[in-house]
Every structure is written in C-alpha cells, then in structure tokens.
Design a protein around this ligand. Structure first.
Ligand SMILES: *Cc1c(COP(=O)(O)O)cnc(C)c1O
Length: 369
C-alpha cells in the first residue's frame, strides 16, 4: 500500500473561483495566472477547471509550451517577457504575448525576424520597483515599440504592491493614469487583491484582470478577509492518515528537540506528512489540523516524513481517532469540513501562496470535482 498522503485538486472549485473573479470584474477579460506550475497545483491538473478563462498568464516558457500542448489556442501572456533574444522565436512560433519591461527586450524585438507581429504588454514600474519602465521612461519606450514592424498591439500594464493592504493602490494608479493618459491600447492592472477589493475605485480601468491566488481559493488579504468572505473555495486539499498513536504522560515530550511537553496525560497521532512533502517545518505547536474532520492542533516539531497531532479534542468530542483516521492538513475533509490554507499558512508565519507552491513532487495528486 502506498504511503497514505495525497493531494487533491478540485476542478469544481477552480471553476467556481474563476467565476468569482469574473463577477468581481464583469467588464474585464480574465487572465488565469498559472505561473509556478499553477501555484503548485500542476498546469495539466487545473486546465479543465480554468479553461473558461480568456487567457493564461505565466512566465516560464516551458510552461507556455505545456499550455499549447494541452490544446489551448487562446492568449498566453509571458509576465516577465523574453529572458534572451531567442525566446522571441518561441513567442512567434506559439503565438505568445509578452511583457516588455526593460530596454534590451525592445532591442531584441527590433532584431527579431517574424512574419506575424507580436502583441506586447508594456510594463510600467509605478512604484513597486520590481519590473518595468519608470514613468519618465515609459512614453519613450512606447514610442520605440510602436515604431517597430515586429510589434502589433501594445497593452499598458502595471502591478500594485499594496492592493491587499491599507496603503491601497491610489498612488500607483494615479501615476499610471497620468503617464498613460492619451496612449491608446488596453490596460491591465489588477491582480487578485485589486480585482476583489478595488474594482470600483475611481480611475481604475483594467481591460484584463490577472487573478492568481483567488482562483486557487485563498484570500489575497487574509486575515482581514478570509476565503469564505470572498466566497472562494479551496482548490487543493492535502490529506493523510494517522499511522501511529502514542500515549503521553505529564512531562513526556514529542519529537526532535523535545519541542512539545505534555502537561497532562494525552494521546497523540503520528501523521504521514512532513517537510519533505511541502508541509512547513516552521509550523509551530498549535497550527490547526483536522482529524476526521474535527479541528485539533499540531504538537511538536515537524520532521521530514511525519508530524504529530493532539488527539484530545477528539476524545472530548466523544470520538476515537486511531491508526487509519483521516487527517486534513489543509483543504476539505471527507466530512466536508474545510481548513483554510490561509489559516495554516498564518500559523507558520507565511501566506497561502507559499504553502501551495511548496507541495513536493513526491506527493501523489488526484484531480476530483
Ligand atoms: C503573480 C502575478 C499576478 C497574480 O497575483 P495574485 O496575487 O496571485 O493574484 C498578477 N500579475 C502579475 C504581474 C504577477 O506576477
């Protein structure tokens, strides 16, 4: 029998969350962002749930090839554009739209031989200081691109650093709007947080929205709002079973470093899941876990292949968890109870994005509805 650890990808939830993003931006076209192997879910595994999108955004050229291999003929956007001149050959061959965020990419385009001109997304650094032309340089870049026979339509794009938090988007949006004032072309400015929180903001126009995390059922602004608030459903479940039980007496400790000490007699369950599976080693005692769909907590240090959970809340509820009992690390339990990935991430000092992206290749994955 294989090790009882398994991830499930929920096609129906992907479809539902995509519809939620669409409803939040009813006039926009929707890029489903599938970078990082669809946020750890697997591009091939999310395709069925997300094929209702208007396009797919990603940044790895090999992932773009995989999208085409799946039969997707619609738009694909390379969010970081070309990394070297020959990447443009693949763009021509597979009809990939690409971001242009720095001068060399324009040089490469100018030298590129192509029959069909490219659709490009000209990126402005409106304050995040990651990728893009500064507002000072933006219009000159636009003029240069517009003059190239290799370039077809130019879409104007920027990315917000604080759409999920109290700083908001107003400053960046104002800078973007002033700089692009009379430039023609579609605009794409909204990630998940901007799509869910700021679509009604004055001056915000996003002909294409770019939701990523929301599509995967995680709230971009947790803990201010949770997935239930935004009506998002978990798209990934990580489930295992108890493979051993220990009875602790007061003063007994658990695991490496004896990081947890029992202050009373208690049963703990040993779960087949560890940091080699992508569960975070830094997740501390108290991190929420579901056993047979009932909420309890992690105790002690996470090790490579195992972690340990407190079975006392089950006993108090009149249930006897034992070897074979189902354990849900995040997502949906067999009885329908949900443990939000955001809650688990928060306990470990990170965000849902990191947990889903970290799912290890050794974990078998099934696609269900
Ligand atoms: C990753 C990414 C997104 C999606 O962000 P989420 O917070 O997951 O919605 C949108 N735009 C760009 C440029 C990105 O790199």
């Amino acid at each position: 029998m294989p090790r009882p650890l398994q991830a499930l990808i929920h096609t129906g939830a992907l479809r539902h969350n995509l519809a939620r993003a669409r409803a939040a931006a009813p006039d926009a076209k929707v890029w489903a962002v599938v970078k990082a192997n669809a946020y750890g879910h697997g591009i091939e595994r999310v395709y069925e749930g997300l094929r209702g999108a208007d396009g797919f955004a990603l940044l790895d050229l090999a992932e773009a090839e995989r999208m085409r291999a799946l039969g997707w003929r619609g738009p694909i956007l390379l969010l970081e554009g070309a990394f070297e001149p020959r990447d443009l050959e693949l763009c021509s061959r597979l009809d990939l739209w690409h971001v242009v965020h720095q001068e060399q990419q324009i040089d490469w385009l100018a030298m590129h031989k192509t029959h069909a001109p490219h659709r490009v997304f000209l990126k402005m650094n409106s304050g995040m200081n990651r990728l893009g032309f500064t507002p000072d340089a933006y219009r000159a870049a636009w003029t240069r691109l517009d003059a190239l026979p290799q370039v077809d339509e130019i879409t104007l794009i920027t990315h917000f650093s604080d759409a999920d938090g109290p700083r908001g988007i107003a400053r960046q949006l104002a800078l973007f709007n002033v700089t692009t004032q009379d430039l023609p072309g579609e605009r794409s400015v909204a990630n998940s947080a901007a799509t869910l929180r700021h679509m009604d903001e004055r001056g915000l126009r996003s002909d294409w929205v770019r939701p990523g995390i929301a599509v995967y059922g995680s709230a971009p602004d947790f803990p201010e709002h949770d997935a239930v608030h935004w009506d998002l459903r978990p798209t990934m479940t990580l489930r295992s079973r108890i493979i051993g039980v220990q009875h602790l007496r007061p003063g007994d400790t658990v695991g490496y470093g004896s990081a947890f000490t029992a202050d009373q007699a208690m049963r703990i369950g040993v779960v087949a899941c560890g940091y080699a599976d992508g569960y975070l080693r830094v997740a501390p005692t108290g991190t929420p876990v579901l056993v047979d769909g009932l909420r309890t907590r992690l105790v002690g240090r996470v090790s490579m292949d195992m972690l340990t959970v407190d079975l006392e809340p089950l006993r108090q509820a009149g249930l006897t968890a034992d070897v074979g009992s189902e354990v849900t690390l995040w997502g949906r339990a067999g009885n329908g109870a949900v443990l939000g990935i955001d809650e688990v991430a928060r306990a470990a000092g990170t965000v849902g994005y990191e947990l889903m992206c970290a799912l290890a290749p050794r974990v078998p994955v099934d696609v269900t509805d």
